[in-house]
Write a protein that binds this ligand. Structure first.
Ligand SMILES: [Zn+2]
Ligand SMILES: [Zn+2]
Length: 374
């Protein structure tokens, strides 16, 4: 049981004592007992946990407290108490898996395997995305000297130093997010290889979907006259057999407005580029209910460049609020991460800038740089 070595007596206040080590399939728990919350927190602050899936727990009559790679937390509900401090060395120790400065494990950020641009372009990330690495235990590698450097040692936990891109503390070089390839993200309907004219295909459900798009798989024709469809006096339900859904949408004028937004979302996700182009040219999205779908199209890894260019033109027809909202979704500034691959987002931002009316360029740059709180 070599892990018992980690019990460091010199960092053990006399009132906190080691009890036992428990192991599950994936995690290790070093359990201690202490007299109260204060003694537990003092102990946890003094004893770093530099590894992933290792937890130091102190049980007290005032509750149980824990520390992991990232946080001090309440064991009962996992709620966080504070970001755990990381002692930084004077000289770096190179490692393939750990921060050169604090020797904490650097959790690689997963990049979807459908990110076909991974590693080939300078990936566009917002400052908020970088700062979020503090909460995931992530970090960077230096593009010059390869040293790993965690997000905390990079200064991203310090709210007062917002603005600057982190640099390598050893050589001053530029850094890239420490990444690994992982499962593909948000599914997007794939184009059939050789669709026949009257073929019906099924759009997949969207894990982030709702009643206005992606609630369930949806059969749609490969070819459709979008303008004629949307001109119908009564638009059909997307999932007429789903009572909960039809009850939610309801009937009447309000229902028709929601259905128009829904079908706009469907056509924005349609795998036939001709259908998407018809929509963008004849009935471009104008209401808030379709802007997430417009962002989906802009952030899609498989939509054709000429389709995205048309989407960028539709984007600039929107009022300022619509532009900001769509941009926040595209850049994953909302509470729910959008899950677009960074290469596609980078490409989309380039297209939006290219299509941006001259008079709005300065404003657009402010929107790109600015936080989402408006
Ligand atoms: Zn570090
Ligand atoms: Zn370096």
């Amino acid at each position: 049981m070599p892990f018992l070595r980690r019990k460091k007596d010199e960092n053990l206040p006399p009132e906190v004592r080691f009890v036992r080590t428990e192991r599950s399939d994936t995690a290790t728990y070093h359990v201690h007992s202490g007299p109260d919350r204060q003694a537990a927190l003092t102990f946890l602050r003094r004893n770093p946990v530099p590894d992933e899936l290792v937890y130091t727990i102190v049980e007290t009559p005032e509750g149980n407290f824990g520390r992991d790679l990232i946080y001090l937390f309440h064991e009962a509900d996992g709620s966080t108490i504070e970001l755990a401090g990381r002692p930084r060395a004077q000289q770096p120790t190179p490692s393939d898996t750990r921060c050169g400065w604090c020797s904490f494990f650097v959790v690689p950020t997963t990049v979807a395997i459908n990110d076909q641009w991974a590693g080939t372009v300078q990936v566009y990330r917002t400052y908020d995305e970088l700062a979020a690495l503090v909460k995931t235990g992530g970090g960077f590698h230096c593009r010059s000297c390869s040293l790993l450097q965690c997000a905390v040692c990079s200064g991203l936990a310090d709210a007062t130093s917002r603005a600057r891109e982190p640099r390598c503390l050893a050589c001053g070089g530029g850094v890239s997010v420490h990444e690994k390839l992982g499962a593909p993200k948000r599914p997007f309907a794939h184009k059939p290889a050789d669709p026949e004219d009257d073929q019906v295909l099924t759009l997949p459900a969207d894990p982030l979907g709702d009643e206005l798009w992606g609630l369930a798989p949806l059969p749609v024709p490969w070819r459709i006259d979008v303008a004629a469809f949307l001109a119908r006096p009564e638009l059909p339900y997307l999932w007429p057999e789903n009572d909960r859904y039809t009850g939610y949408i309801g009937t009447g004028e309000r229902a028709q407005r929601m259905l128009r937004a829904s079908w706009t979302n469907v056509f924005l996700h349609h795998p036939n580029p001709d259908v998407v182009l018809q929509l963008l040219r004849t009935a471009p999205p104008d209401g808030m209910l379709s802007l997430s779908s417009l962002a989906d199209l802009l952030g899609s890894p498989i939509a054709e460049a000429h389709v995205k260019e048309e989407a960028a033109r539709a984007f600039w027809q929107l009022p300022d609020g619509g532009v900001t909202y769509t941009l926040n979704v595209l850049l994953s500034r909302g509470t729910v991460p959008s899950g677009y691959d960074t290469g596609s987002v980078h490409q989309a931002v380039g297209l939006l800038r290219a299509a941006c009316p001259q008079g709005r360029l300065g404003w657009f740059d402010t929107q790109l740089a600015g936080p989402e709180d408006d």
